[in-house]
Design a protein around this ligand. Structure first.
Ligand code: GLN
Length: 541
């Protein structure tokens, strides 16, 4: 049979003026529009840093580390891509300067450059282009987000590769989109286009002419301002697209793009037929976020609470589950160290539920354990993720099983390490390599909260951890009333725990937040928000 190959088009998204304009969301939104028009789409991110991946980076610096099914530790923008596209991506979707140089230098050491001087152009750029073409012939559209801001030294080799791609493939197959910022200056009451002009000028100096400008601004731009931008930046007037600050939710962005016809502006430039993306379901999902019937306030207990990007996927999973429950989910960040100072009741007593989040390192552990004790004793809905499950097991062992020294071996070696490394891991010297990463299957037991949520016995969830529930103590925990409702298929590893004498007390060793998608959400988050809503109504009485 003849293999049908599709003609792949490339859409590059660069960012100008400043960072944090929402390039990831813009990329994901364009992806959604194209996918809902019937095209196959994938989105890639090229990150300019020299780390091989963000796995070793502090969440305060880089935000959450997003883990894919195949166990790659990637940039959190991949989370946006997966959530909007509703598809699982892989390590092929995130590339860093570190990876590219690593590959080229290894090749050089093997003598594969045959005596040539190895240079940024063409050797680094060739390696980048090869990565950019990972989906060639397999997808109708590959959206490529270039990390960083135009003008940075770091991202130059990526931009040079983008220029070369345009030269090679031509204007029918490559589209350059630039996301920029149009500030409003309060004192003069004016909107300023100069930063955008400069940013486009810089891109042009690199040989890249953006054909569509996405203009991030506080309010919608007037026609005059759009004409001015079009004239000075040499783009067509209809190609200056507004991205006003989303008033309710970032999930409005695809709707704003659709309204302005971005999809057809783009297709026309690529000499393709116009389409009509179907966003009906998506719109219903967004409407429920904007005008929900109910409201709850849940606590996100952790230690990276000043920087919300550290818990990006959890926050998004709450929004999805909220939409499905027709409920606004207010999230209160609760620093677990403060719980240690003032006690759990003062910090979480008024909330409708708590989620104890993932984490590494000892700081704040006792606050988490105290919060979980409070939730267990006061029927407050509780969802523990990874370290959150581990803290729940420690709490249960200490306060129900009477193991006073119960602890995780990650923080303190005692003879009551209810959380410990697996035997097979203890002998491995290079601890960095022993992390359990990526999707693994788990089996769910009948008549459990987990089964009620998932409605299936077999699940697959993503992991990122070293430590596990210690099997030496498993029977003791069970004898005292803890239920191990999910395990690995061979029964060796505990994946889900719950406490049945409670409306919703669930801990999971994996990261359900990484599989929560728009429209469908995630079963555990949906169940948790439902329980929080009940608690809210109880408290109201
Ligand atoms: N630090 C814990 C472990 O390595 C938990 C990790 C996490 O929460 N992702 O097992």
């Amino acid at each position: 049979m003849k293999e049908t190959k599709t003609l792949t088009r490339y859409i590059f998204i660069t960012g100008g003026v400043l960072s944090s304009l929402g390039k990831g969301i813009a990329s994901a939104s364009i992806g959604l529009l194209l996918k809902q028009s019937g095209f196959s789409v994938t989105i890639m991110k090229f990150d300019p840093y020299i780390n091989v991946d963000p796995g070793t980076m502090n969440p305060f610096q880089h935000g959450e580390v997003y883990v894919t099914d195949d166990g790659a530790e990637t940039d959190l923008d991949l989370g946006h891509y997966e959530r909007y596209l509703g598809e699982s991506l892989s390590k092929k979707n995130n590339h860093t300067t570190g990876q590219v140089y690593f590959e080229v230098i290894e090749k050089e050491r093997r003598g594969e450059y045959l005596g040539k001087t190895v240079q940024v152009i063409p050797h680094i750029t060739d390696a980048i282009k090869l990565r950019m073409k990972s989906f060639e012939g397999k997808k109708d559209f590959v959206i490529i987000e270039i990390g960083g801001t135009v003008g940075d030294i770091e991202s130059l080799p990526f931009l040079e590769s983008q220029r070369q791609m345009y030269l090679e493939l031509g204007r029918r197959r490559v589209m350059n989109i630039h996301l920029t910022y149009v500030p409003y200056i309060k004192s003069s009451g004016e909107v300023k286009t100069k930063p955008t002009q400069h940013s486009v000028k810089t891109l042009m100096e690199y040989g890249i002419r953006p054909e569509i400008l996405l203009c991030r601004s506080e309010n919608k731009l007037t026609k005059d301002i759009k004409s001015k931008i079009a004239l000075f930046c040499s783009v067509e007037e209809n190609s200056v697209i507004d991205v006003p600050d989303a008033t309710h939710t970032i999930y409005e962005v695809p709707l704003t793009f659709k309204q302005q016809g971005l999809h057809n502006i783009l297709l026309e430039k690529l000499v393709m037929d116009p389409v009509e993306p179907n966003l009906d379901e998506f719109k219903k999902f967004v409407d429920k976020i904007k005008r929900p019937a109910n409201e709850v306030t849940v606590g996100l207990v952790g230690k990276y609470t000043q920087y919300r990007d550290s818990y990006k996927s959890i926050i998004e999973a709450f929004i999805h589950a909220g939409s499905i429950n027709n409920t606004r989910v207010n999230i209160e960040m609760v620093n677990s160290e403060e719980i240690e100072e003032v006690g759990a009741e003062a910090k979480i007593g008024n909330l409708d539920g708590i989620l104890v989040g993932p984490g590494f390192g000892r700081r704040g552990i006792e606050g988490k354990i105290a919060a979980i004790k409070y939730a267990r004793e006061n029927n407050l809905p509780f969802l523990g993720i990874c370290l959150g499950l581990q803290c729940a097991v420690i709490e249960f062992a200490r306060n129900i099983c009477g193991l006073e020294k119960a602890h995780s071996a990650e923080f303190e070696k005692t003879n009551q390490n209810v959380i410990d490394l697996m035997e097979s891991q203890k002998s491995v010297k290079n601890k960095g390599g022993t992390m359990r990463l990526g999707a693994y299957p788990a089996i769910i037991a009948d008549n459990t909260l987990a089964y009620k949520a998932y409605q299936t016995h077999e699940i697959s969830e993503r992991h990122r951890h070293r430590y596990e529930v210690n099997n030496q103590f498993r029977q003791l925990l069970i004898d005292n009333g803890l239920v191990c409702s999910g395990t690995s298929p061979d029964g060796e590893l505990v994946e889900i725990i719950e406490y049945p004498l409670h409306p919703f007390f669930v801990g999971v060793q994996f990261h359900p937040e990484l599989k929560s998608r728009v429209i469908s959400g995630h079963p555990l988050f949906i169940g948790f928000i439902k329980a929080a809503l009940k608690e809210h109504k109880r408290k109201e009485k």
